[in-house]
Design a protein. Structure first.
Length: 189
């Protein structure tokens, strides 16, 4: 009966009608008490007094009391639960040191056997190349510089290059020339 009622309520809602499930009052039996349910079954009237039904309700109440909430379960969880305090007992440190020594030995053996070949394949013959070699790719020819030689405190000579910085008037003149060129290109081409 309840299943049919639910089906009709859902069908009314599908057709655009009101949602009677939201507005409906709690299901009450003839004494005015809310209908007890257990795993989807609802028992009315004298059916609640049957021996098997009574036991089902008692079991469900016991299960609810035994079931702990998530907050209660997490209350006693601390750093030890996640393994952060494992080093405090001193048992793991010697074991980890032994494993670390074994891993280092294995890495050394592997490098002794395969290391040179592996790096030769990855980098080719560039291993002998001087990594500190400076390549002069700069275009210093178009920058006006002055050089002066200065003797330092340690007695060594040092060459200092002075770059000539343009004045404000020179910069304004260059900007005006650039704007003129842009206007000429814009209107004459």
């Amino acid at each position: 009966m309840i299943r049919i009622k639910y089906a009709w309520e859902m069908r009314i809602k599908e057709l655009g009608g009101m949602d009677y499930r939201k507005m409906s009052a709690r299901e009450l039996d003839k004494e005015g008490r809310e209908v007890a349910s257990n795993k989807g079954y609802k028992y009315f009237g004298a059916a609640k007094d049957l021996p098997g039904v009574r036991e089902l309700f008692e079991e469900s109440k016991e299960l609810e009391q035994m079931r702990k909430t998530r907050a209660e379960l997490m209350k006693n969880v601390d750093a030890d639960y996640y393994g952060y305090l494992d080093d405090d007992d001193g048992l793991l440190i010697p074991l980890e040191q032994e494993e670390e020594k074994k891993a280092i030995e294995q890495a050394k053996e592997y490098f002794a056997q395969h290391g040179a070949e592996r790096y030769q394949k990855e980098f080719g013959d560039d291993l002998d190349e001087d990594i500190y070699k400076i390549q002069d790719d700069s275009d210093d020819d178009d920058i006006d510089t002055k050089e002066s030689i200065v003797v330092g405190e340690d007695g060594k000579q040092m060459t200092i290059k002075h770059v000539l910085v343009p004045s404000q008037a020179d910069i304004e003149e260059m900007i005006m020339e650039r704007k003129k060129q842009e206007l000429i290109e814009k209107y004459l081409s």
